[in-house]
Design a protein around this ligand. Sequence first.
Ligand code: SF4
Length: 379
Amino acid sequence: MRYVQEFRDPKAAQGVLRAIEAVCTEIGCTADDPLRIMEICGGHTHAIFRYGLDKLVPAGIEFIHGPGCPVCVLPMARVDDCVEIAEQPGVIFCTFGDAMRVPGTRKSLLQAKADGADIRMVYSPLDALELARRNPDREVVFFGLGFETTTPSTALTLQQAKREEIGNFSVFCNHITVPPPIRALLEDPHMILDGFVGPGHVSMVTGIHCYDFVADEFGKPIVVAGFEPLDLLQSVLMVLRQIAEGRAEVENQYARVVPEHGNPVSLAAIADVYEPRPSFEWRGLGEIDASGLRIREGYRAWDTEAKFGIGYGARPKVAEPEGCACGAVMTGRMKPVACPQFGRGCTPDTPLGALMVSSEGACAAYWTYGGARAVAAAE
Ligand code: SF4
């Protein structure tokens, strides 16, 4: 398969690993004093564990798992809002599957569905728009969730709804953006990070220059990476080379997919439909300035918040469940296996926190690729 097999080639991987080892020796990083490299994207976290890259790289490299899983960082109060909307008579609530099991205060969307709410899993916001066309007497709400990767698809769907004047469709906007939480992490005096592996899919939309501040203001290297094992190893090597040479730059390892200046059609659609909120709450990180998007005035008739009178921040903030360490894991201060609930009170079948629910969550990655066996062996 073109662009896949060559990025899984074991011989090539061995060569990159030897180069990584040589640069680690040159830098002098060790297991006791490792370089801490954060992969921002949950897709990268899963690829690292799926291919065992954390075990293949030298002990002088520590992967820190960042907040790049939109389901994981969604505050519980917004899940409660979803349940409240979905349980209203006449509503068809549409969502991607991975948001169905995220725990809310009272219940998840899956539990609300079991209790009778008309909640449907869709693969695209266009599926939800089609449901609105077919059910003119029902109110169809699409749960807009995700980073810049998914924001263009809801923006284009809202443009289409406006063109067709489909009045029984709206989007509950929970879209968020990647650069503000990176800044928040870098401004945290307790975070020690030596470099970043940047998100490939997000950057396909945004381009690479939204990360310039990482290098220019904070002096940290960042390399936008693809998702195959060789992509990730090569990106780690690029970060290490920058550190060894005393450079801090934004580099693009995923140039076969990521254009330097992003996708102009997607960026135009986002700018037309959305504007930044003053701030948005991130689970584990708190309120972050200008990190969330809301629907512009021109699309107000398709904004679920306006239609259902659900203002952002109207609901009191909800604390994490007792014993849940999602916030510490998401900010790289704790490994999932160190959470007292990991594999005990919290498993993929009975998730306590969102990091165990989403396919991109760090705890789900640890559980799937060895954590379950480790817990079983310890008990
Ligand atoms: S194991 Fe569960 S409770 Fe602990 S951090 Fe992970 S998701 Fe949260």
